[in-house]
Unconditional design. Structure first.
Length: 277
């Protein structure tokens, strides 16, 4: 049986980043603009280009985001990630971790580090693989487990999930306790794109929004032509207003207000579709 070693999650860069993503999601859902601005500022400041934190995060992502590859390929990816990890100045990384931890402790919830992270076990395993103080045998066994997870197909893979993806299972048990049934798949995908938008200048978000707004327009049109809506003046007027809002998005730059409106429209259209059907 493999000996268990204590994992310091505050020194796990990927864990810190995941918690920031979840806190940002909570802020978006709660329409807390101050918290949104604060969290995005922390991410931009501390995970900026050429920072040790971003380099460290990428080593975790290289492993945890890999799926459905041959075992020899997974092994090569793991080795390259280990090489990149070893090239990071440990003193610089430690200092940058201290700074972001201090900023989090001063400006975010005291429960920040208690956030439920679905793939926490995998993040901890990767951290131990990177830790030279963990005995060689234990690291090799952990590497075998991680390579196995990287090689699993999507159907087989239940625990190894992408670090920065909100669609995976971010709204699982503890998170759902707070937000209940308020989110469905389309909303989760939209939030995923929004959360990652600050990393790619919003490119993916813009593309996804264009597609999602197009989908919503089609559904609104379909609902509007149904007998149920035609016979209900209030719903008919409501859908007309929704259609105008959707058309108005074409000239807008995506922001939090627009995101909130789209999520509301997603819920409304879903409810109306259920009534129509």
């Amino acid at each position: 049986m493999m000996t268990k070693f204590k994992h310091n999650k505050k020194r796990n860069t990927a864990f810190i980043y995941e918690c920031l993503v979840i806190e940002l999601t909570k802020a978006v859902l709660g329409n807390d603009k101050n918290s949104q601005s604060n969290i995005k500022s922390i991410i931009k400041e501390h995970f900026k280009k050429d920072s040790a934190l971003l380099s460290d995060l990428k080593t975790y992502q290289a492993i945890t985001e890999t799926k459905d590859v041959a075992q020899d390929t997974a092994g090569k990816i793991l080795e390259e990630a280990k090489k990149q990890k070893s090239s990071i100045d440990p003193k610089q990384l430690f200092n940058e971790q201290n700074k972001v931890i201090n900023k989090i402790n001063k400006s975010l919830s005291i429960s920040f580090f208690s956030n439920f992270i679905p793939n926490y076990k995998n993040l901890a395993s990767v951290s131990q693989i990177f830790n030279a103080s963990v005995p060689i045998k234990s690291r090799v066994l952990l590497e075998q487990e991680i390579i196995g997870a990287m090689s699993k197909t999507e159907e087989e893979k239940q625990e190894m999930l992408p670090v920065d993806s909100l669609t995976y299972k971010i709204f699982t048990q503890k998170f759902n306790e707070q937000y209940s049934d308020s989110l469905f798949e389309e909303q989760k995908v939209l939030l995923e794109k929004y959360i990652s938008s600050f990393k790619d200048n919003g490119l993916e978000l813009k593309i996804h929004l264009d597609q999602e707004i197009g989908r919503l327009k089609e559904q609104v049109q379909q609902c509007s032509s149904s007998n149920v809506i035609q016979e209900n003046e209030m719903l008919k007027q409501k859908l007309s207003q929704v259609s105008e809002i959707l058309n108005g998005f074409a000239s807008q730059v995506p922001d939090e207000e627009m995101l909130t409106k789209v999520i509301s429209i997603q819920s409304l259209v879903k409810e109306i579709q259920e009534d129509v059907n």
